[in-house]
Design a protein around this ligand. Structure first.
Ligand code: ZN
Length: 456
């Protein structure tokens, strides 16, 4: 009898230990990854659930708003949800969450709640967990309207608008065809005391866009509500010069080895004269394109306020100003081999001249950059930048703050350069725009300062 009692006691004790241990098994881990803090017409609910070494017996998601609960998902009736078993222990569930798919959703505060239960001890015990996220449902698009007047866009050039957007946290700016130019708080452009809804955006009609490209103000909130508003502007066409460039073997033999050494990914080889001509085409096309992309990504680090003051310093030779967007045709041994657009101004005076900053700014890039050779890119804030190429030496480094007319380096012939010269370009969001405007005090006054004064 005593032995039997001890045995029962031992068994009961063992069962108790297992029971407690099963109770300590990890509860399901729920993580809600979407929505963010705003939900609109077409937002998404997305969450993951992990139940290590266990089976989910229940998984539910509901919407709670104004005391009402609406089912969104359950394991038994997944509806239009997308359920993915990501790992043996984790599944990801996503389904539409917005007015369009959940019509009961009203504008205002709401919560999604996800709850899960897993089994332990062969289903005798279970562990549950819950996660929730509160959000604002919003179905009205942000309101945006341009407040500045008289907008003149030169083909290949830039222009600026002052506008108001509410709510101020909407992403807003000017759309030119498929290119978006973000706006920045007007206070950063020197409009003292401007509330955050007053914004300034620079935009451009690029040399390779259509003259009739639609230009409008756009605003979009995190919930995906979007508005467009048009504003008055005039576009002035411009003819770009055509020029002919003769490529000689001597030129290729001088410039290519240096460029190709710096661009191992290009896959260009330099053995026979034929491979030189092929390498030139790779450099003039593939590398040129990769360089343009790098300039754009570097320029994305622009400051949200003006770093510059007054007109930009001209190159010092008015005759170079016709050089922007020259359409160049390249000839090799009398045969046309390529066409490109020259997106800057070339200044050749003598060799190794000091290259000076066109305005106050911050160095975004100071290094070798493919066809541009040794290059300095300055940020002047709000998407405005300037680029100095083919330098023989560089005197600044990325992150440096520079003053107008501070020396950045010396001119040279690194990269794809026919001789010692400075290649200069103004940039807007990393895309070349005509510099003449930025050199012109009248343009700076009419296009920028006047509008900022009126905004005050
Ligand atoms: Zn050039």
């Amino acid at each position: 009898m005593r032995i039997l009692l001890s045995l029962i006691l031992a068994l009961a004790l063992a069962a108790g230990v297992v029971w407690v241990a099963a109770g300590r098994a990890a509860a399901p881990a729920i993580e809600i990854t979407q929505p963010g803090k705003l939900v609109g017409m077409d937002s998404t609910l997305e969450f993951t659930v992990a139940a290590p070494q266990g089976t989910l017996t229940r998984l539910e998601a509901v919407l709670e708003q104004g005391g009402k609960t609406t089912p969104l998902f359950s394991l038994d009736s997944p509806g239009d949800a997308d359920v993915k078993q990501e790992t043996p222990e984790r599944m990801r569930v996503s389904r539409p969450l917005g007015k369009r798919s959940v019509p009961v959703l009203q504008a205002g505060e709401a919560t999604v709640r996800v709850s899960a239960t897993r089994s332990a001890l062969f289903g005798v015990r279970s562990r549950a967990a819950e996660a929730s996220r509160s959000f604002q449902a919003r179905f009205t698009p942000p309101r945006a309207g341009v407040t500045s007047s008289h907008h003149f866009v030169n083909f290949g050039g830039a222009e600026m608008v002052v506008y108001r957007v509410t709510p101020a946290d909407a992403q807003s700016g000017v759309q030119v065809g498929d290119l978006f130019y973000p706006g920045y708080p007007a206070s950063g452009a020197g409009v003292a005391g401007a509330d955050p809804s007053l914004r300034v955006a620079f935009f451009a009609l690029l040399h390779d866009q259509d003259l009739n490209t639609p230009i409008y103000l756009t605003a979009r909130d995190e919930a995906g509500n979007q508005s467009r508003s048009s504003f008055e502007y005039r576009v002035f066409p411009r003819m770009f010069r055509k020029s002919r460039i003769e490529i000689t073997d001597a030129f290729l033999q001088r410039v290519l080895p240096e460029i190709v050494d710096h661009a191992p990914d290009l896959g260009a080889t330099l053995d026979t004269p034929e491979t030189y001509a092929e390498a030139f085409l790779k450099v003039n096309n593939d590398l040129r394109r990769a360089n343009a992309e790098l300039i754009r990504s570097v320029s994305a680090k622009t400051a949200p306020e003006f770093l510059w003051h007054g007109p930009f310093r001209p190159l010092g030779n008015a005759s170079v100003e016709a050089g922007f967007a020259d359409h160049r045709t390249y000839f090799y041994k009398g045969r046309e081999i390529d066409q490109q657009v020259h997106l800057g101004y070339d200044l050749a005076v003598t060799v190794n001249i000091p290259v000076l900053a066109a305005n106050d700014g911050k160095v975004l890039y100071a290094d070798y950059l493919g066809i541009y050779g040794n290059t300095v890119i300055l940020d002047h804030g709000m998407g405005i930048g300037s680029l100095y190429a083919h330098l023989s030496s560089i005197d600044v480094k990325a992150g440096d703050e520079v003053k107008k007319e501070q020396q950045l380096g010396r001119s040279g012939m690194t990269g794809l350069a026919g001789g010692d010269h400075l290649h200069f370009s103004m940039l807007l969001q990393g895309r070349p725009v005509t510099s003449v405007e930025w050199w012109d005090p009248h343009w700076i006054e009419d296009r920028i300062q006047r509008k900022l004064r009126e905004a005050r």
